[in-house]
Ligand binder design. Sequence first.
Ligand SMILES: C[S@@+](CC[C@H](N)C(=O)[O-])C[C@H]1O[C@@H](n2cnc3c(N)ncnc32)[C@H](O)[C@@H]1O
Length: 213
Amino acid sequence: MDEFVRIPEGKPSSGSWCETTVPTDPWLEPWLPLLADHTGDAPILELGCGTGLDTAVLTEAGHAVVAIDISAEAIEQAMRRAPTARFLCQDLRNDWPRHPEGFRVALASLSLHYFPWAETLNLVERIHDALRPGGILLCRLNSINDHNHGASGYPQIAENFYLVNGKTKRFFDRDSLGALFGACWRTLAMEERVIHRYAQPKSVWELALEARR
Ligand SMILES: C[S@@+](CC[C@H](N)C(=O)[O-])C[C@H]1O[C@@H](n2cnc3c(N)ncnc32)[C@H](O)[C@@H]1O
């Protein structure tokens, strides 16, 4: 427990990365049986936990969670929502805690889209390395059809990568998902969905992947 930082003074605080959220996004519930089959006693590694909406679903389902986010304000809220989870306030691009045999489940919901392509690839490789063989990644990523939230109409930095209200934001199509989750992953599910957690509908990809060796 001690190695997990609980909002230390002066840690990076990112400002408002998340738009105002409403608790009408029950995407995780259908995955709980799969997670229950896989986690055993190992904690779930949550990357970019934000205010802990998913963290709370996981802890209420009985899972231990190690959750990382760069925003101290978000983690403060997440700690209230999911008091039994362990939180690290840090940049995802820095080292994560390791589990001795590898994590069995990782979760990254709407948190892997802020980065240049090489960094995005690197993050996904690191998730693979953090998981044991057969471990599961549940992940949601912005779709290129997410026009309500920046997939068009903003300054373009690179293909499907925009500067949206001062923050970089990537949008994914099938090809980029194929490039991101290559031979090291087995795709269990991949579906484009419209979700309603924000004032405007949002198009996302929802994926479940198994780490191969
Ligand atoms: C759109 S929110 C999603 C939060 C949460 N997963 C959810 O679905 O409610 C994206 C989160 O990623 C975090 N984030 C953005 N860049 C980050 C970075 N470089 N390192 C760690 N967290 C980051 C933000 O602070 C924010 O909480």
